[in-house]
Design a protein. Structure first.
Length: 156
């Protein structure tokens, strides 16, 4: 894993310009800067190692203010899944639902990231299905998504 200084190069102005519809603040700007570099960065406490997501300026476990954006592996398991029926995904067929999952990342129990599940039919997404990070392009910006990392039949 690498810290944010090793993987991000966009200025604050570039982050704001690339993501005008996103509410960006001092606690999450490094996360979005990482997305522009196709890196999934989540704050991690430098004092105790606890992953802090959603992004906050201090660790809820040890109360340290020393949280650092750190790249995660992108490996995890589907913890929760829902089908979104709004036609917002330009890659989905009209009327086809889009799978969106809370993926529990392997870095820490309870560390979950919400993103679409791609390269898998919506009715085949299962709880506990192993997934890995991938990227989908929307309006010239890379967004995190997950795809199966093992047999699609896996999970429950």
């Amino acid at each position: 894993m690498a810290d944010a200084a090793e993987v991000t190069h966009a200025t604050d102005a570039e982050v704001f310009a690339a993501l005008p519809a996103v509410l960006i603040d001092r606690d999450n700007v490094e996360h979005y800067r990482g997305l522009l570099a196709r890196r999934l960065l989540i704050n991690r406490c430098a004092a105790c190692g606890y992953w802090v997501y959603p992004h906050r300026p201090l660790c809820p476990k040890c109360w340290s203010w020393d949280v650092v954006p750190t790249q995660v592996s992108g490996d995890g398991f589907v913890f929760l899944c829902t089908l979104v029926h709004q036609e917002r995904d330009p890659d989905a067929a009209p009327g086809e639902p889009v799978s969106t999952a809370a993926v529990e990342l392997v870095e820490q129990p309870g560390l979950r990231y919400l993103a679409p599940v791609v390269n898998c039919p919506p009715d085949r997404v299962r709880l506990d299905m192993p997934v890995r990070l991938t990227w989908v392009d929307r309006d010239g910006v890379a967004w995190p998504a997950f795809q199966p990392s093992g047999p699609i039949e896996g999970g429950r």
